[in-house]
Design a protein around this ligand. Structure first.
Ligand code: 5AD
Ligand code: SF4
Length: 440
């Protein structure tokens, strides 16, 4: 049997798109392998959000050159955001001539056709970055899910926001939302198949429905999904602070299935930086959202993305970001160093020096760690329902899972528990991880 190996970079959207690549390849009777020496086809699902992600992908694609010498029939495929960047098709053709197929982020459904064409032709190279009717094709794309007990479900593709640092709107195109019925149908079938957590995906889930004329909205979608029967949880990401509103928060607060957990990236704590980023909210508005969420759901886990080193960021702006971190009390935050992306507005602005960026990221990480550590202490002695997800990292005989509010908990147990809901009493807290024991 032919084998495939997929390497995925980047966000959950890419993880899920790799599940679609796997679904398509399995329909062609390929089966999965982790060993490149066994593979007949290797797929790189790339990310270009920061320079580091891109360098990692280029590095690993480079390594395949030797593999292709050993096995000239190996098919090398590049999909995902990187391939969609202007000029990158030529980079692959010229610097990585052993790459056979390049597809954009809305073209993965064309993979089977491209493989057959490439196999049956003297000139192996194939590419397509221009899809026609994406939604229609995507609905029919098979999925091989790899994240049990979680199932990813796309609700909206693309982004219209054009934050000035971000490459995503250029590589993933304009927003297109699926219809409510299709999403609800997919969630139902995941629940019927035994998935216990459904994560709704979109670059900005709060824009869901804006591009449709049938009245669909994120609030309506959540309300419909909450009505589905069965024991399961729903998460969603990512929310944009300019669009998250009281109606949505009320639905979450009153729901049975939707986790009290909101990822609400602030990016910066300075109004002038937020304006230069084109984020279209102020720090005051952002903090009022946090107050509103906590008033309605005191136990809600709020997390964030914070970026330092954006062009124009002064020492005072950075101090304002530290102040925001203290006020917001995130259970955790992803922290990033701004990385200029070709073609974006911010890449053309005067850049902050690497030394300043380094010192700021270290201060930011240290502060968020201390906030997380402090918050973690409040969990000690309390009991939480946890969905068991996986074996604990490097701890034999231990499993891990998440609370409704999104905190990772480690406890004694075995693999048979994966996909079960258990009650765990927390007895130890180390910064981001909580430790406890299963109780009846
Ligand atoms: N440099 C650094 N971080 C970035 N992000 C998006 N673009 C960039 C960039 N050019 C971060 C933002 C976003 C997260 C997914 O990645 O914080 O919320
Ligand atoms: Fe990028 Fe902003 Fe869109 Fe998020 S909302 S994907 S940061 S442009």
């Amino acid at each position: 049997m032919n084998k495939y190996k997929i390497t995925t970079y980047g966000c959950q959207m890419n993880v899920h798109e790799s599940e679609k690549v796997a679904g398509l390849l399995e329909k062609l009777e390929y089966s999965a392998t982790d060993d490149i020496n066994e593979a007949d086809i290797v797929v790189f699902n790339t990310c270009c959000i920061r320079d580091t992600a891109e360098m990692r992908a280029f590095g690993n694609i480079g390594v395949v050159k030797h593999q292709k010498k050993k096995n000239p029939n190996l098919i090398v495929v590049v999909v995902g955001c990187m391939s969609q960047q202007e000029g990158y098709l030529d980079i692959f053709k010229q610097k990585y001539p052993y790459v056979d197929i390049v597809l954009g982020s809305r073209n993965i459904a064309m993979l089977p056709k491209m493989i057959l064409e490439s196999k049956n032709s003297k000139s192996k190279f194939r590419s397509n970055l221009q899809p026609d009717d994406y939604l229609e094709t995507d609905e029919k794309t098979p999925v091989t899910r790899t994240s049990f007990p979680n199932a990813w479900v796309n609700i909206i593709y693309g982004c219209n926001n054009f934050c000035t640092y971000c490459i995503v709107p250029y590589v993933r195109g304009r927003e297109i939302s699926r219809d409510i019925d299709s999403v609800v149908k997919e969630v139902k079938s995941c629940v019927d198949e035994g998935y216990k957590e459904i994560t709704l995906l979109g670059q900005n889930v709060n824009s869901y429905g804006n591009d449709r004329s049938d009245g669909a909205s994120f609030a309506k979608l959540l309300a419909e999904i909450d009505k589905i029967e069965g024991k399961f949880r729903v998460r969603f990401m990512t929310s944009h602070p300019k669009d998250l509103n009281e109606e949505i928060v009320d639905i979450i607060a009153n729901s049975k299935k939707i986790c009290k957990n909101i990822h609400l990236p602030a990016q910066s704590g300075s109004n002038s930086v937020l304006e230069a980023m084109n984020r279209r909210y102020t720090v005051e508005h952002y903090l009022s959202l946090i107050d509103m969420i906590r008033e309605k759901m005191p136990d809600c886990g709020i997390t964030s993305d914070i970026m330092i080193g954006f062009p124009t960021e002064t020492e005072q702006d950075f101090e304002d970001t530290l102040t925001l971190i203290k006020k917001a009390q995130y259970s955790s935050a992803f922290t990033f160093v701004y990385s200029p992306r070709q073609g974006t507005i911010a890449a053309k602005m005067e850049q902050i020096s690497p030394a300043v960026k380094k010192s700021r990221i270290m201060k930011l990480v240290a502060l968020q760690n201390s906030v997380t550590r402090q918050i973690s202490k409040n969990y000690i002695g309390k009991e939480y329902e946890v969905l068991v997800e996986d074996k604990a990292n490097k701890l034999d005989g231990y499993m891990c899972g998440r609370t409704d509010c999104g905190r990772l908990v480690t406890f004694k147990g075995d693999e048979n528990l994966i996909g079960e809901f258990v009650n765990v009493k927390i007895n130890e807290a180390h910064s981001a991880s909580l430790f406890g024991n299963i109780v009846e």
